[in-house]
Structures are given as structure tokens and as C-alpha cells.
Design a protein around this ligand. Structure first.
Ligand code: UFG
Length: 331
């Protein structure tokens, strides 16, 4: 039958975009979220159960009540900087949440799990673009918590006989092109929303962390993937598992790298406003270049990003902030 889907973290940035994409395919996703960082307004495509993952009894009760067979697991803490100052929070919420969730899945009718992993599990990669078989040597507690979750999922899915996929996201950005959802973090730390807030005059200047890297313009290079493309990748992973696909760990990125200064120029172009910039020392723990080899996702899932060129990502993000330049062409 049609899988009955639970989305943990469905009230957050990525989870809400995935719920919208699931709804467009006829699903009515159950959002399971403690609303610690997510918001109720993001939950529009199915019911919300306000539950903390670490409360395994409540999670099992909820999964059973909704006859859930498939779990997409997004709920986690995701600030690299905070993970360094408060690592216990990351091991408790991310690793503890994962264990409690999987035990609840094992006690109920869940058959498959899709997990939000991260390129942060690679640390400073030996090779670029990064392939899935690159050594995973994370350099901060956030990345380590995600790597631990990958191992825990592999072992516990084996125990319970679940199908599973671990999707390693690169830099997720942009917003729903229909304007129903946007990227919103408190505090905001991500490059594109901060640059948009700066262009809007809500902050004085954009600080760029390091211009002495061994890259063409000296600033770091990242692989930006549009959140709607990322959502499609989840639907493809779901079809893959529904067809009995073997356990999978796969990068979801565009395979294209852009420097921090290129991103700021794209924000200026999309908004028609300057982004005052100040060069700062490097930020601890930033890999100079992080770009996906997205070949496996294309080959196995048919993953084909459509909105992940920088101009479209930044244009959609700008529009979601009410900041598009008059007559701008965003795609
Ligand atoms: N940057 C600045 N100034 C800022 C903010 C960011 O120069 O004010 C730079 C960063 O130093 C980095 C680039 O912009 O070079 C991108 O930084 P982000 O903070 O937007 O994203 P990260 O590349 O740090 O992403 C990492 C991991 C992801 C993880 C995410 C969690 O790569 O896997 O942090 O927030 F999900």
C-alpha cells in the first residue's frame, strides 16, 4: 500500500519543504517535532505531533497511532559553532534522539528510514569533489554526531530489518519557489540568509571569514543545493526504497562550487542592493573547499537538480525575504 510517512523535524526549514513535496505526491505526512527550533506555521500538509524524540514512549505511541511505515528523520541540532561550545547538546539531541527514534520504529510498524546526514561527516576531505567512499573524519561535534547516527542507523536497521538511506547534504539554501516557506533560523548563521539580511539593511555589514584560502579569490568554496531539489532527492530515495533498494549512503549536492564572494555578488545582483562586506579572520573548523561528487545520486536515484544554479537559489531566497529586485529574472 501507500507508505504512511512520518517526518521528524517537519516544522523546520528542510523538513517543511520535504512535507510540501510529499503532499504534492499525494501523501499526508505526519510531522513529529518538539518545536524547539521549528515553527507551527511551517506545518501545512498534515498533522503535527509535538513530541520530543528522546521520549521514546511518546514517539512509539505516535508512530503506532498513525500506522507509520516510513520515517524521514530531519530533527536535529545543526549549528557547527554551538556544537563546539555545547557538544553535550549535540550528542544528547542528535545521537540520543536517533537511538530513541529507532527503538520506537523497531517496536512499531516502521519498515524504512531516510536519514538527514551531512557533508560535515567528511571533515576536511582528502579529495574534491567528495565521493561517498571518502574517509569520514569530522572536525566538530556536529559532524561527529551525524557520523555516529549513520553508524547507529546501519546497525539498528540491520537488527530490525529496515530499509534505509542516508543522505549527505551539502549546503542547503534557497526557498520554496511558490513563496509558502522560507529559510528561517534563530540565530541565523548561514551565508545566504545573512547576506540577504545585510542587503535589506537589517545588519550593518557582512563579515567574510577568511580571504587567504588557497582558492581563486581566497574565500571558501561551497556546494549549494536548492532546498526544493533536495526535497525531490528525498522523494527519489523513497521510491528507491519502495522498490527494495539496498542500504544507501549518498551525497546530495549540485556538484558545483561557488566562493563566498561569488555568493555575495549573486545576492547584490538578485536584490539590486549592495552588500557591505568586511574581511575577517578564518572561522575555526571551516574546510576551504567542499563540493560534492553527485554522480552516485544521479546514477542510483536519478537525482537531477533543476534550481541549484546560484542565481536561481539566491533569487528564490531573495523573493522569500520580500527582497527581489524589480523585473529580476530569477530563473
Ligand atoms: N560565512 C561567512 N560569513 C558569515 C557566515 C558564513 O564568511 O557570516 C562563510 C563560512 O565561513 C563558510 C561559508 O560562508 O565559508 C558557508 O558557511 P555556512 O555557515 O553558511 O555553512 P557551512 O559551510 O558552515 O555548512 C556547515 C556544514 C553543513 C551543515 C551546516 C550546519 O557544511 O553540513 O554547517 O549549519 F549542515
Amino acid at each position: 500500500g501507500v507508505p504512511r510517512i512520518c517526518v521528524t523535524g517537519g516544522a523546520g526549514y528542510i523538513g517543511s519543504h520535504v512535507c510540501k513535496a510529499l503532499s504534492a505526491r499525494g501523501h499526508v505526512p505526519l510531522t513529529l517535532d518538539n518545536l524547539s527550533t521549528g515553527t507551527r506555521q511551517n506545518v501545512s500538509w498534515g498533522p503535527l505531533a509535538q513530541v520530543d524524540l528522546r521520549d521514546g514512549t511518546a514517539v512509539a505511541r505516535t508512530l503506532r497511532a498513525h500506522q507509520i511505515t516510513t520515517v524521514l528523520h530531519f530533527a536535529a541540532s545543526a549549528y557547527v559553532g554551538e556544537s563546539v561550545t555545547d557538544p553535550g547538546k549535540y550528542y544528547d539531541n542528535n545521537v540520543g534522539g536517533m537511538i530513541a527514534l529507532l527503538r520506537a520504529c523497531g517496536m512499531t510498524g516502521v519498515r524504512q528510514v531516510i536519514f538527514s546526514s551531512s557533508c560535515a561527516t567528511y571533515g576536511i576531505p582528502d579529495q574534491c569533489p567528495v565521493t561517498e567512499d571518502s574517509v569520514q573524519r569530522p572536525i566538530n561535534p556536529y559532524g561527529r554526531s551525524k557520523l555516529m547516527c549513520e553508524d547507529i542507523l546501519t546497525d539498528m536497521a540491520g537488527q530490525y530489518g529496515f530499509g534505509f538511506a542516508m543522505l549527505r547534504y551539502f549546503n542547503v539554501a534557497g526557498a520554496d519557489p511558490d513563496g509558502q516557506l522560507r529559510e528561517r533560523h534563530t540565530p541565523e548563521t548561514h551565508l545566504i540568509p545573512l547576506a540577504l539580511m545585510t542587503a535589506a539593511g537589517q545588519r550593518g555589514e557582512m563579515q567574510i571569514f577568511g580571504n587567504d584560502y588557497d582558492t581563486p579569490d581566497g574565500t571558501c568554496i561551497r556546494d549549494y543545493i536548492h532546498v526544493s531539489d533536495l526535497a525531490q532527492g528525498h522523494l527519489q530515495a523513497l521510491s528507491y526504497l519502495d522498490q527494495g533498494g539496498a542500504p544507501l549512503a549518498v551525497n546530495l549536492g549540485s556538484g558545483q562550487g561557488y566562493s563566498n564572494l561569488e555568493v555575495l555578488r549573486a545576492v547584490s545582483r538578485a536584490t539590486g542592493r549592495p552588500v557591505p562586506t568586511r574581511m575577517m579572520p578564518r572561522r575555526r573548523g571551516d574546510p576551504p573547499v567542499l563540493v560534492a561528487d553527485a554522480g552516485l545520486a544521479r546514477a542510483i536515484l536519478g537525482f537531477a537538480p533543476r534550481r541549484s544554479d546560484l542565481a536561481t537559489i539566491v533569487g528564490d531566497a531573495a523573493r522569500s525575504f520580500g527582497l527581489e529586485r524589480a523585473h529580476a529574472h530569477s530563473s
